[in-house]
Design a protein around this ligand. Sequence first.
Ligand code: PGA
Length: 253
Amino acid sequence: MDRVPCIAGNWKMNKNITEALQLVEEMLPRLSELSGVERVVCPPFIALPAVAERLKDEDVFVGSQNVHWKEAGAFTGEISPTMLQDLCTFAIIGHSERRAYFGETDETVNLRVRAALDHGLRPIVCVGETLEQREAGQTIDVVSTQVSQGFADISKEDFRRVIVAYEPIWAIGTGKAATPEDANETIVASIRPVLTSMFGEDIAQATRIQYGGSVKSGNAAEFFQQPDIDGALVGGASLRADDFIAIVKAARG
Ligand code: PGA
């Protein structure tokens, strides 16, 4: 199955507007020219309009780091899908930092995914186990449940626009990546089979599944050699132009 790899840079709470534009400038035009891989940058909300404007004629997509499920209303601090739909192509949803620090659950992830899809956004949905869960042998259960609940009540047609990011939580920002074989095995054991039962074999096989967690220019290629890993969601290394470009290049094979 030919799946176009996708490399998304999650800048997290880093870079003000000026710094975000500087980083974009540093990556262009090299980033624009690396066809064959979908490239996405996800700056903080405040920098989205400036970055989207700068990238509008470039072959690089913009994504948000979250999206609320309501179009408007009394939800202090949230950003709605209607506010994002003209700025972004992608929206990261259910990142483990949102789940761990901001009370995000599989139910709210599901609401956000459905709202994003209803507004034409392409969700990048994060799933993954903690170290405790891994050591207790619960990885398959935990990840399968995140997938089945996170993608409940979504039509096959809409699901085609979803990317899944498998991010073992213990590997995020720790410098301690999962082994590529382990990551591939978890995807094969707990993500594709659940997608098959929900959306059918064809869609499950066509779905892009990224790996995330301490991906660097030095280890990226090993992940992309795995048959079920279709790119990466990159945190720390996406803040450095040369590293991010090297990771995109590694995904071209
Ligand atoms: P990291 O973050 O690459 O800094 O480990 C990955 C992520 O949180 O998506």
